[in-house]
Write a protein that binds this ligand. Structure first.
Ligand code: HEM
Length: 313
């Protein structure tokens, strides 16, 4: 039930977004392909439903991929490119924990079969929220840009706000998109500094709820890089507002989650989502996801439609 719930909820969210964004001035459009390729959306959805019903943990990584793609060089699929010398975005430390590439391979294969040469890799990343399509694929992918440009989980509130503002996103986008951490998993390595030796005195992060810290310590022993935990314990397969409730109780997993309480505006919006228990979350999330999906898109000559997502043509 879990991941299918996620899918249904994301589908709902797209419907909201379709109502809100009919088209925009960048050449991205809702319904860019359907006129020529009416079967495209069902083809993509079929593949994704099939993959996710076989492995229900694979819904969240698509959202994370879209975020990592859009924040570096814009939403143009550059994080998918592979480099023989391991110098592409994909090889940068924050991208090493991305997973679910096999879904995109399967989608690309099906899309090429259905509408050969016409649909970019940047566009196939998420039909459930990515209702505006028409992006071209970029041709450049640089490890160092991802290393320095992706926001680390240790980020404080000023780094978070600046990182989002630099890409045209505001504090509401920051909080609501962080709500994506209501689903999915994290490796211990992404937050274990908060459990052990936070300030060099064998201490835990004092802003982390101590009961939650004790539970995390049972799962992540000192030095453990590889074990994984649910980011939203008990509800990590359900796309809901429990992330906001947890962060408000000082149970956000990353410093970047906890940091949302350190600014009047972000804290107020977070508490609004937590207390209101959701009526605006899907709509707000859909709007912010569409906004994020417009960052640095290429719609003209500067891009291409890759034949294979991992290589420039
Ligand atoms: C605000 C700054 C953000 C930071 C610092 C951050 C950081 C992280 C980290 C460290 C992980 C765990 C990686 C691992 O150890 O496996 C993670 C997971 C995840 N993030 Fe974020 N994230 C941020 C924003 C976002 C946004 C904007 C989205 C999507 C809109 C997103 C979606 C996800 C998802 C779905 C997962 C779970 C992935 C999985 O299950 O494999 N994150 N994030």
């Amino acid at each position: 039930m879990g991941s299918l719930t996620v899918l249904l909820q994301l589908t709902l969210l797209v419907s909201f977004a379709i109502l809100i964004f009919q088209a925009n001035g960048q050449g991205l459009k809702v319904g860019f392909y359907p006129y020529k390729w009416p079967n495209l959306e069902p083809v993509i959805k079929d593949v994704i439903y099939k993959v996710i019903s076989e492995d229900r943990t694979l819904a969240p990584p698509l959202q994370r991929m879209h975020f990592h793609d859009c924040f570096i060089r814009g939403c143009e699929g550059s994080f998918l490119l592979e480099s023989p010398t391991k110098q592409a975005e994909k090889d940068a430390f924050p991208n090493l924990t991305l997973r679910g590439f096999q879904i995109l391979d399967k989608v690309k294969l099906a899309v090429e079969k259905a509408c050969s040469g016409d649909v970019s890799s940047a566009d196939i990343m998420g039909p459930f929220w990515e209702v505006e399509t028409g992006r071209k694929d970029g041709k450049v992918s640089i490890l160092n840009e991802a290393l320095t440009g992706l926001i680390p989980p240790s980020a404080n509130i000023s780094t978070l706000k600046k990182g989002f503002a630099d890409r045209g996103l505001n504090m509401k986008d920051l909080v609501v998109l962080s709500g994506s951490h209501t689903i999915g998993i994290s490796h211990c390595s992404s937050f274990s500094n908060r459990l052990y030796n936070f300030t060099g005195k064998n201490d835990a992060d004092p802003t982390l709820d101590s009961e939650y810290a004790a539970k995390l310590k049972q799962k992540c022993k000192p030095g453990d890089q590889n074990s994984i935990v649910e980011m939203d314990p008990g509800s990590f397969k359900t796309f809901d507002v429990s992330y906001f409730t947890l962060v408000a109780k000082r149970r956000g997993l990353f410093e970047s989650d906890a940091a949302l309480l350190n600014d009047g505006e972000t804290k107020a919006y977070l508490k609004f989502q937590a207390l209101n228990k959701g009526p605006t979350f899907f709509k707000d999330f859909g709007e912010s996801m569409v906004k994020m999906g417009r960052i640095g898109v290429i719609t003209g000559e500067g891009g291409e439609i890759r034949k294979v997502c991992t290589k420039v043509n």
